[in-house]
Ligand binder design. Structure first.
Ligand code: HEM
Length: 405
């Protein structure tokens, strides 16, 4: 392996899989000298690290403090959100907050969202068809993949959908991928506006104990006399926007791109819609929206013969682990009937994605709609734009045309 891991190169951005394969086969615990962090590419190693939060800390945040700003400066602002609870906490704080938050963000609350998710997807499809009739320009991300999760989380939080415009602005300018379209000022402005908007919603929920929203459930959550603090509820609300929206958008967009390039898989889904959940799961493994996240070593540790020092940053390449031939049979084949459905796309261990059930539900509903539209859809890749940071896989912009005759 050359000691130049070109993860900011165009070649890598276009197709990182061969680079990952090379790393897994030649140097699975690789020190990227020029960037100053370790790159961990094998499934079993990533899993081991995710399961040991005492040695591999999340304190630096999901971007490891390394996500560069527009100005090229290294800053750790989580896409303009500042410190994020839970995802940036280690035990014991993490344990306390996760357990309180789990009382509000329950599987039951998520399952009960299904009719609302269907209604939101139906309305978006109606709007899309209206635009098709009017001959308006269409974009897969803007017109469907992005608003779906945004409106769902807004509804869960009790934010009126009449404020759609405001909600879209928050999420657009906070999305890591959309960062380039917005100046730092706009991003900071949005962060401030979002913080103020969410604070108002939390304070309104405090005065309306009858409301049954995710925010009021967070206010009610208590354990052994402990409640979530107001600033924690605010931080968690922001985290839901950041962790839940762009990721789900990308799962939908990546899935559409994949199906257009693989008509055989699309035909299988159209023949048997019960396969949609398997498709979503295999899509997560095959091209997951979160390619990798960071940890910081809390002590000196020897790993696969390499000396990792206390304070070192490690990049855990989930998407590489998901293509590891030691874990998966024919890992580079997209297999709807794959038996090993376990993957790293939603993390593992104490930080395992809390929104996994919601993401799966949204993607299932989305593809139930999309597979009918796909045979009439064309994407304009030349004018599309991939997310420009190597942490996420997905699209910022993907113009489409739909010919429904
Ligand atoms: C954590 C991926 C959707 C909420 C995570 C982690 C991953 C992930 C990899 C682990 C982070 C780590 O280990 O540092 C995804 C993907 C999604 C998705 C690929 C969509 C396909 C959602 C949704 C929500 C959500 C819809 C909620 C609305 C969270 C939260 C955490 C998290 C709160 C932090 C858990 C903790 O630190 O204990 N997600 N996520 N995610 N996710 Fe998701």
């Amino acid at each position: 392996m050359s000691n130049e891991f070109p993860f900011l190169s165009a070649e890598y951005a276009a197709r990182p899989q061969p680079f990952w394969k090379n790393l897994r086969e030649t140097d699975p615990v690789y020190y990227a000298q020029e960037y100053g962090f370790w790159v961990i590419s094998k499934h079993e190693d990533i899993l081991e690290m995710l399961k040991d939060p005492y040695t591999y800390s999340s304190a630096a945040g999901p971007g490891g403090g390394l996500v560069a700003g527009e100005d090229g400066e290294q800053r750790d602002d989580n896409g303009g959100m500042g410190f994020l609870p839970l995802i940036q906490h280690d035990p014991p704080e993490h344990t306390r907050i996760r357990s309180l938050f789990a009382k509000a963000f329950t599987p039951k609350r998520i399952a009960e969202m299904e009719p609302a998710v269907v209604e939101i997807a139906t309305n978006l499809m109606d709007e899309l068809h209206q635009k098709i009739r009017n001959g308006e320009a269409l974009d897969l991300v803007d017109d469907f993949a992005s608003p779906l999760p945004v409106y769902v989380i807004a509804q869960m939080m009790g934010i009126p959908l009449e404020e759609r415009h405001r909600l879209r602005m928050w999420s657009d300018s906070l999305a890591i991928g959309a960062g380039e379209g917005y100046s730092i000022q706009q991003q900071l402005g949005s962060r401030k506006e979002m913080t103020e908007g969410l604070s108002e919603i939390i304070s309104a929920a405090r005065h309306n104990p009858q409301a049954n929203t995710l925010i009021s459930a967070m206010l009610d959550a208590s354990e052994e006399g402990e409640n979530l603090r107001t600033e924690e509820i605010l931080g968690l609300s922001k985290l839901l926007w950041l962790a839940g929206n762009e990721t789900t958008t990308n799962l939908i967009s990546n899935g559409v791109v994949f199906l257009l390039n693989h008509p055989d898989v699309l035909a299988d889904l159209r023949n048997d819609r019960t396969l949609i959940s398997d498709f979503v799961e295999e899509m997560l493994r095959y091209d997951g929206p979160v390619m990798g996240l960071f940890r910081i070593a809390t002590r000196n540790v020897e790993f696969r013969g390499k000396n990792i020092s206390k304070g070192d940053t490690l990049w855990l390449l989930f998407s590489s682990g998901n293509l590891d031939a030691d874990t998966y049979e024919a890992p580079e084949t997209f297999d709807l009937h794959r038996r090993n459905k376990d993957h790293l796309a939603l993390g593992k261990g104490i930080h395992f994605c809390m929104g996994s059930a919601l993401a799966r539900l949204e993607a299932k509903v989305a593809f139930e709609w999309l597979i009918d539209l796909l045979p009439h859809m064309k994407l304009d890749f030349e004018n599309g734009k991939r997310i420009p940071v190597p942490i996420l896989s997905g699209w910022v912009k993907l113009p489409m045309s739909v010919d429904v005759g």
